[in-house]
Design a protein around this ligand. Structure first.
Ligand code: IYR
Length: 219
């Protein structure tokens, strides 16, 4: 079965407009910082819905869209997620992470405490679907990590452009999220993204990005 094709001819932009738009996006996205000190102030559901729609427009292997986004606002669920994440992170910081990893994190002053999981007004838990179901049969999913990673990038960008702060949090292992959120066995937690606004006293490490010349090679 082939899919019918449709014409695709997006507007061509004037090169100056291209540069202006590219620059506008770059300055908005480069201003994003990972936030660990959130205000409990609510974020409109509509913003989250639209940002998730952006994420779900990502390209994916064979267009199988192997992702599920779970928005958690319920206080009790957030509390359970915090407790479970802190249990794992206490072990991680207590020696499950090798010393080299702990040394790499030390300048960023992260630790096992994850109160932001309760304070942030919402968490978006992104699940990757390792396989799918079609007509009751298991189907293979392709490039799942790549597809879900791209979707998450779009999600972070969409939220940033909408003025919403995020953190990419990966308590490890995070199988507890599948249990707490009652997701089916083909879904595996990919990343946990607290959503909100920085608290009034929020501070972030004064880090620098690599220069363009350090990351891009032109041939
Ligand atoms: N998952 C832990 C540890 C951690 C790991 C990396 I790599 C970071 O960039 C930051 C933290 C935590 O969230 O604290």
């Amino acid at each position: 079965m082939t899919i019918p094709t449709i014409a695709y001819a997006p507007d061509r932009l004037d090169p100056r407009v291209m540069v202006a738009r590219a620059r506008q996006f770059e300055s908005a996205i480069a201003a994003r910082r990972s936030v660990r000190e959130f205000s409990s102030e609510d974020v409109p559901d509509e913003v989250l819905r639209i940002a998730i729609a952006s994420a779900a427009s990502a390209p994916s292997g064979a267009n199988l869209q192997p992702w599920t986004f779970v928005v958690v606002r319920d206080r009790q669920l957030k509390a359970r997620i915090r407790t479970a994440a802190e249990e794992e992170e206490r072990i991680n910081y207590g020696g499950r992470m090798p010393q080299e990893w702990l040394d790499a994190l030390a300048p960023l002053q992260t630790d096992w405490r994850k109160e932001f999981l309760e304070i942030a007004p919402a968490l978006i838990v992104v699940f990757k679907q390792e396989w799918g179901l079609r007509d009751g049969h298991k189907i293979h999913h392709y490039y799942v990590n790549e597809s879900v990673g791209i979707a998450c990038g779009l999600l972070l960008a969409a939220l940033q452009l909408a003025g919403v702060a995020t953190l990419t949090h990966t308590p490890s292992p995070m199988g507890f999220l599948r249990e707490i959120l009652e997701r089916p066995e083909n879904e595996k937690p990919y990343v946990l993204i607290p959503i909100g606004y920085p608290s009034a006293t929020c501070r972030v490490p004064d880090i620098r990005r690599k220069s363009l010349d350090d990351v891009a090679i032109w041939k």
